[in-house]
Design a protein around this ligand. Sequence first.
Ligand SMILES: Cc1cc2nc3c(=O)[nH]c(=O)nc-3n(C[C@H](O)[C@H](O)[C@H](O)COP(=O)(O)O)c2cc1C
Length: 474
Amino acid sequence: MDLRPFLRQLEELGELTRVEEADWDLEIGTITELLDEKEGPALLFDRIKGYPPGYRVVANLMSTPRRLAAALGIHGKLSHMEMVRSLKDKFSALKPTPPVHVRDGPVLENVHDQGAIDLFKFPAPRWHEHDGGRYLGTGDMVIMRDPRGGWVNVATYRMQVHDRDTLGLYIDPGHQGGIIRESYWAEGKSCPVAAVFGAHPLVWMPSFMALPWGVEEYNLAGALLGEPLQLVKGEYTGLPIPACAEIAIEGECPPPQVESREEGPFGEWPGYYGSGVRKEAVVKVKRLMHRDDPIILGSPPLRPPACGVPSYMTRSSNVWYELEKIGIPGIRGVWHMRAGGASFLNVISIEQKYAGHAKQVAMAAMSGVKGAYLGRFVIVVDEDIDPTNDEDVLWALATRCDPATSLEIIRDCWSTPLDPRMSPDQKAKGDFTNSRAILLATRPYHWRKDFPRVNRASDELRAVTLEKWGHLWS
Ligand SMILES: Cc1cc2nc3c(=O)[nH]c(=O)nc-3n(C[C@H](O)[C@H](O)[C@H](O)COP(=O)(O)O)c2cc1C
């Protein structure tokens, strides 16, 4: 549950490169982007300009399927579809593992209380060229307790450094941390908040995995780790904080009418500066904790198909898991295309079992906890199409989808101000909804048997031909 042994593991696998003397202002961000684009190694930045040695930033930690597999202990060279299936099977088999509380932990090696807090002591990067500031929180965990249910939510929400003891906090409308803090604000209270900026990947992963309301991320972290997560109790808020966290803060988020500040602009995951600059709530930091030689876990959003985390893998497997859980038969694969930033373009391959099956799958995929957010296009294909093969999906769309009869538009769905296609007027009104298209690129069920045969050599004929003529390919 400690990030550092995982970094050593990556180094032994040849999956981590150390970088020295980079500037926190744009250099770290641009190196991260360029290497992510070519699926390069994880990056450990040290001796960052203006900072003492040891004050580090790690980026691209899990940005490739290889490193995601290393974190999860999945072995062997798997295709994208096999990896999604294996993740889905892993998630289905997990048993929630409650955390344990301990008195001490590495995160308490250095503790600073009010008056002695300086968030600029960490080399928080300015990640992208047009960002309005430095972001300490990108690969972070924001911790809040629901005042009604008493359960603890942990989620990744970006945090900008405003000054020595103030952080910006951006939560998309509809995300659970936003609903929780509204409950405190409705009573005129500030919302207690803790946040972690650097943790083991399996401790971090549940915080961006969209769990149902009331389900605790720490229980999933324990299940992924195979042992209960160790937590220390925050002295200021009482909130539970991973004992091995690299850096953590506690504080409170006052109602926006008491304090809010301009947040952003920030280069966002759809590939744009979609939400511009707005007034957002802040976190007043009251306690700062960190390990000796702390490591910030950075995960800046990048223009697709680059992405700091393979959420196209986790989201695909989670939607597949959810479709199976509600008992829909015939699901052969789910893929949230990288070009769609893992959210805009969702492809599901099915073996059609009955009339209406394809549309049922599409509607379920866009309504569950895992797939409801933003998903602009849901494309359903037959089982002969590999949803991870973009060209195959486009071929199915071109040849099996009839716009007049295979297309459905659904309006007023859950979206986000980050959506670049949402008009300024709509954003100003606070109407953060979008429309969705279901594209059925399947053979129509009732005449599927009469659908023209595919013009491609069968697998058997290919095998025989390769056996005899294989030398032509060598
Ligand atoms: C690297 C990264 C950064 C993210 N940044 C934000 C963010 O700034 N605000 C936000 O609302 N969601 C952000 N998300 C998405 C949420 O973390 C994700 O949807 C999560 O499941 C929300 O949790 P919740 O359902 O408990 O609110 C980010 C995800 C990742 C992987």
